[in-house]
Write a protein that binds this ligand. Structure first.
Ligand code: GLA
Length: 402
């Protein structure tokens, strides 16, 4: 008997083939569609290191919800290392019951009830950097547990990973998070060793570009046991040069969490640190004790005009456009065609710092309005260039609008 083509079966087969091949492609392109602007929040490590507890996290969430930070855009409250102690008989991760007696789920619920999001920390190796159990070999199980707890953000470190490939390790956890179906921002903390900016768009939402930040203007030293670099603010800044083309909505370069307010730098230095993190479209993850901030620190962290530059929806990272000795100009293209500009003085005496329109992509004949984003003042209309007196170790940050 002559076989006739069964249209229904044929159509079904074709549809199946299309779905099977199109799904991974779609997932690859869209991934989790989170962090369309740089994530903002707070992380325990820079100030509290291993001294974390549910009381600390709750009081920090209380503070962020009431001190203006939540209104300014800070959202993720992230516990870093040391919340975990062991695995149970089924391999599930176990939190420290002394420090988190109510459990992680209750803590996540508390943070959510404040209108904030909740983040947690793990490591791609056998152990975290502080020697707690890592996620290697437990990626899907850990991701599942985080999703059950209501985790919204995972910082994933790189200690004790042996010869593991960073691309494989981070892709495995990225897939595991995606498989839970819960939207979880994925923060890769690989310190830039394997150049994640070259391959991690579609794997993580942010990736560390350097070693560890220290609460100081400048210093380069090896970490404990010779592990990784510990860098001052300006050392980290210098390492961002040339990485700007790799950042964009959903995938950001991360020059590490902020030290603003931790006591090792002056107020002008902290203002420079914050202004640069904003201009670099860096994640704005505060790392100080936000429960008791000096007014000057609160003003730096909650500066709405500077935060608006960071959160600009075009998602372009700023970059250096001029350098002459200790004096520099940096610029970030904004979605309305204007530019955010930082005039930077690394030196120890006040100096005039100038930016020329041609350095920021405007013809020199164009008049443009200049607004000082730190003084909250319009400073006038200028044609061809703008210059300002900039104090020692300071910035002037302006918006230039033709
Ligand atoms: C590494 C990371 C830090 C912090 C610690 C925790 O050093 O770079 O940001 O997470 O581990 O142990």
């Amino acid at each position: 008997m002559k076989k006739t083509w069964n249209w229904a079966k044929g159509f079904g087969f074709a549809l199946t083939v299309m779905i099977v091949f199109a799904l991974p492609l779609r997932a690859q392109i869209e991934r989790n569609s989170l962090a369309q602007t740089p994530p903002m929040g707070w992380n325990s490590w820079n100030k509290f290191a291993c001294n974390v507890s549910e009381d600390l996290i709750k009081s920090v969430a209380d503070a962020i919800a009431t001190n203006g930070m939540k209104d300014a855009g800070y959202q993720y409250v992230v516990i870093d290392d040391c919340w975990q102690v062991s695995r149970d008989e089924n391999g599930f991760i176990v939190a420290d019951v002394q420090r988190f007696p109510s459990g992680i789920k209750a803590l996540a619920d508390y943070v959510h009830a404040k209108g904030l999001k909740f983040g947690i920390y793990s490591d791609a190796g056998t152990k975290t950097c502080a020697g707690r159990p890592g996620s290697m070999g437990h990626e899907y199980q850990d991701a599942l547990q985080y999703a059950r707890w209501g985790v919204d953000y995972l910082k994933y470190d790189w200690c004790n990973t042996g010869k593991r490939s960073a691309e494989e390790a981070y892709s495995t956890m990225s897939d595991a998070l995606l498989a839970t179906g819960r939207p979880i921002v994925f923060s890769m903390c690989e310190w830039g060793t394997a150049k994640p900016w070259l391959w991690a768009n579609g794997v993580g939402n942010l990736w560390r570009t350097t070693g560890e930040i220290r609460d100081t203007w400048s210093s380069k030293k090896k970490g404990p046991g010779g592990s990784g670099w510990q860098l001052g603010f300006t050392d980290i800044l210098d390492l961002q040069v040339g990485l700007e083309t790799f950042a964009g909505p959903g995938h950001w370069n991360d020059p590490d969490m902020m030290e603003v307010g931790n006591g090792g730098m002056t107020i002008p230095e902290y203002r420079a640190h914050f202004s640069f993190w904003a201009l670099l479209a860096a994640p704005l993850i505060s790392g100080n004790d936000v429960r008791s901030m000096a007014p000057e620190i609160e003003e730096i962290l909650n500066n709405a005009e500077v935060i608006a530059i960071n959160q600009d929806k075009l998602g372009r990272e700023g970059h250096r456009v001029a350098k002459s000795g200790d004096l520099e100009a940096w610029a970030k293209v904004l979605s309305d065609g204007s530019r955010a500009v930082i005039l930077f003085n690394r030196g120890t005496t006040e100096s005039d710092v100038r930016v020329a329109w041609e350095q920021i992509g405007y013809p020199k004949t164009v008049p443009a309005r200049v607004r000082d984003l730190l003084a909250h003042q319009d400073v006038g209309s200028f044609t061809g260039s703008y210059s300002a007196k900039v104090g020692a170790h300071s910035v002037v940050m302006v918006k230039v609008t033709p």
